[in-house]
Write a protein that binds this ligand. Structure first.
Ligand code: RP5
Length: 199
């Protein structure tokens, strides 16, 4: 799809007034497809996709008008603050009307503006920023007073997904239960490793 088509579609979706259970709960945006590995999966670390799909039972919603069977969903967009500022702006402007409850935004490089700008435009929707590379941490977390952005450490999109789920869990008991179950597994895993070390 061209950027113009994506913009038109987002604007159209914002007018549809779909029931909450049919719209994506979380929007994942990133500045470049070179951010995909860090943001989603398959890299050195596990990413947001792994947290949502493997640990929390969310599904990716690839078509706004045809939701998957799973109750909790996320969508994924590549939109650059510098190459497609119009798409970034419309995505953030329409996010709340399209039914999103939280956005995860990742960017790298020395001009990692996407998380910051998305947070400013989408306000009061919460935005969790992921610096894709360590050198961009300052630009992602350095927001002025009154312009909030929740940020995780460089590359930790897995934690950004858990933070997004924590926000959803305030309204959705089922997400809360899945987070608690994930944490129990995590504790058991740590216990198993430390037992191995002592055996
Ligand atoms: C940022 O610049 C992107 O978020 C990416 O991390 C970085 C480099 O982008 P590419 O040149 O690989 O597209 O905007």
């Amino acid at each position: 799809d061209s950027v113009t088509e994506l913009i038109d579609r987002l604007r159209d979706e914002a007018t549809q007034d779909r029931p909450a259970e049919e719209t994506p709960d979380v929007g994942i945006v990133m500045g470049s497809d070179s951010d995909l590995e860090t943001m989603m999966t398959g890299g050195k670390r596990r990413g947001a996709y792994d947290a949502f799909v493997d640990e929390l039972g969310f599904a990716e919603q690839t078509d706004y008008e045809n939701p998957p069977d799973e109750q909790f969903t996320f969508e994924t967009y590549v939109t650059s603050a510098h190459r497609t500022p119009d798409l970034m702006t419309v995505y953030a402007e329409t996010a709340e009307e399209r039914g999103l409850e939280v956005i995860i935004a990742g960017a790298g490089g020395k001009s990692a503006d996407l998380p910051n700008m998305t947070a400013s435009i989408a306000y009061p929707l919460p935005v969790i920023g992921v610096p894709v590379q360590e050198k961009s941490v300052d630009s992602v977390i350095g927001m002025p007073t009154g312009a909030p952005l929740v940020a995780v450490d460089a590359g930790k999109s897995f934690n950004a997904a858990l933070s997004a789920a924590q926000i959803l869990a305030r309204q959705h008991d089922e997400v809360r239960e899945r987070l608690v179950a994930y944490h129990e597994d995590l504790r058991e895993g740590v216990g198993a490793v430390s037992r191995e070390l002592h055996d």
